[in-house]
Design a protein around this ligand. Structure first.
Ligand code: ADP
Length: 526
């Protein structure tokens, strides 16, 4: 059995016995087989020393048990790593940053405390999954939508705390959080926002309460354990429709993105959209790649191929949710605005009216309709997972050109063919910016993983040279990413460390999360 770092075997077995008294013996896990389920099935360190492995897992059933477990951990200085449903794949799954941490698994705390379909919000515990919430809403015939991420088996709490994204107009998940309950490192319990009022009546209706707004410091963080969270939902819309906008030329992207930004920030285009390039997809199917590797065809040559094959350089599926009349008008207006780009063309897409029968929907597209699904796991053959490289880049055509060029050069410098990796064009998960979601392939082959890690490191550096940074990262790379956010001698990190030291002097909560270490484990900064 593995033992947490700096803890004696005798203390650890005493702590395990005390955990068992609190949660019940059957909810403390230590066997190798159990630990495998708390590892990272997309680990970039498969079969290598640096793979992150926990020592044990403890699964409390309620808030009082969480408080008691934290007090035990404090007494023995045992690092605990909190998960909600532990499905954070591509970013570490259930596994901790620090090997030997005890996973605090909150899956059993899966109560849906309220779903309100008049004010459109829910109050949930950490173990509630998107599937659970969806089923509850269906069973109770409530007229609200949730916003599941790609794989729907994760939890609103875990995903929102990681600042994950969805596909409907509620796409920025942390922006939809309204009110939290948090267990602190000393076992104290607090409620944020209006929840601090005894007998609060608007905990899930007004975010800020009174005084400094603190909810943000519990996201991507190790300052507390969130045991309840409010999330805003949206009313079931009357209808949904899609339409594709296509433009023929490379440089059309500049005005394309300007138009997109205008429509997004005017609330005419909502939800998550993906920039696509039928022409670049064609190039990669011919053995090239989406990114611009040196020596590839010139822009003029590409445009010629586009004209011959009738392939637009850029395209995007626009999505509309709401009353039929309104979304028809929004699509009309969207077409009018993009028509200013010479050669722009348009195609109508899927349309639904709600409620809709599941069998009438396309499995690969269900999340746009607020329906959780696992269809994203239909991976290409041979892949055993991926890690995500996810930089936020400016929402401009120029930045997209720069990214394709710079990342293409990076692959060439490393001598790695970019076609082995899934390189996406920008998504609009978050307002006012683009995010690229690059999937670097993971397998059980040590050499291949080394290559993916090498590519990851280089892409991070290339992004940083341009003032771009990741919005989220895998547990194995948290130090590296945090190090990049270094303005004024790491002022932001020093501020976070001050809070960490005050809240968690024994350094028990998720050491290393987001590159934030407790004092006793902190490495000297270069
Ligand atoms: P999901 O299963 O919803 O994808 P996870 O449960 O894997 O999400 O959680 C993702 C990350 O968020 C964890 O690695 C952890 O750092 C953080 N986290 C999850 N749940 C909590 C919580 N209840 N309190 C504090 N941090 C949490």
């Amino acid at each position: 059995m593995r033992i947490p770092p700096d803890v004696s075997a005798a203390d650890f077995s005493m702590a395990l016995a005390q955990f068992a008294e609190v949660v019940g013996k059957q909810w403390v896990f230590t066997s190798d087989e159990d630990m495998e389920t708390y590892g990272d099935s997309y680990s970039p360190f498969w079969h290598e020393e640096e793979d992150r492995v926990p020592s044990a897992a403890v699964a409390p059933d309620d808030v009082r048990q969480v408080q008691a477990a934290v007090r035990i951990a404090n007494h023995f200085k045992i690092p605990i790593w909190t998960i909600s449903t532990g499905k954070n794949l591509a970013y570490g799954g259930a596994s901790p940053v620090l090997s030997g941490s005890v996973v605090l698994d909150l899956k059993r705390m899966n109560r849906i405390l309220e779903v309100n379909d008049k004010n459109h919000y829910a109050l949930v515990e950490p173990g509630v999954s998107y599937f659970d919430l969806y089923r509850y809403i269906q069973d109770n015939r409530l007229k609200v939508w949730i916003d599941p991420p790609g794989p729907g088996w994760g939890s609103p709490i875990g995903n929102s705390l990681e600042r994950g994204g969805g596909s409907t107009p509620m796409k920025d998940h942390f922006a939809s959080v309204c009110g939290m309950e948090v267990v602190l490192a000393n076992g104290d319990l607090l409620r944020t926002g209006m929840g601090a009022l005894p007998g609060a009546k608007t905990w899930q209706q007004y975010k800020y309460g009174f005084g400094p707004y603190i909810d943000g410091i519990f996201s991507q963080s190790n300052f507390g354990i969130v045991t309840k969270m409010g999330i805003w939902l949206m009313p079931e819309p009357e209808a949904y429709r899609e339409g594709t906008v296509m433009v023929p030329k490379h440089d059309d992207l500049i005005r394309f993105v300007e138009t997109l930004s205008y429509l997004m920030d005017s609330d005419i285009l909502r939800g998550t959209m993906l920039l696509e390039s039928p022409l670049l997809t064609y190039r990669s199917a011919q053995g090239g790649s989406v990114v611009d590797t040196p020596g590839g065809p010139s822009i003029a040559e590409m445009e010629k191929i586009g004209a011959e094959k009738n392939l637009p350089y850029w395209s995007m599926v626009m999505r509309f949710w709401g009353p039929q009349q309104l979304i028809d008008a929004q699509w009309d207006y969207t077409r009018e605005k993009f028509s200013a780009i010479s050669g722009a063309s348009f195609k109508d897409g899927r349309a639904y009216r709600f409620p809709v029968e599941l069998k009438e929907t396309d499995d690969m597209q269900r999340f746009y309709l607020g329906i959780p699904s696992l269809s994203v796991f239909a991976f290409p053959a041979g892949s055993q997972g991926h890690i995500g490289f996810s930089p936020i880049v400016p929402r401009t055509g120029e930045a997209v050109f720069e990214a394709l060029k710079a990342f293409g050069q990076a692959y060439a410098d490393l001598g790695v063919p970019p076609k082995n990796q899934f390189f996406s064009l920008p998504w609009t998960f978050f307002s006012h910016s683009f995010v690229l979601l690059v999937e670097l392939q993971i397998s059980h082959d040590v050499e291949k993983n080394r290559e993916s890690r090498k590519v990851f490191q280089r892409l991070v550096e290339v992004a940083a040279e341009r003032g771009w940074g990741e919005y989220r990262t895998h547990v194995a790379f948290m130090d590296k990413i945090a190090d990049g956010y270094s303005y004024n001698h790491h002022a932001l990190q020093r501020f976070r460390e001050t809070i960490k030291d005050a809240l968690d002097p024994n350094g028990i909560l998720s050491p290393g999360k987001s590159g934030l270490w407790p004092k006793r484990l902190r490495k000297a900064r270069g």
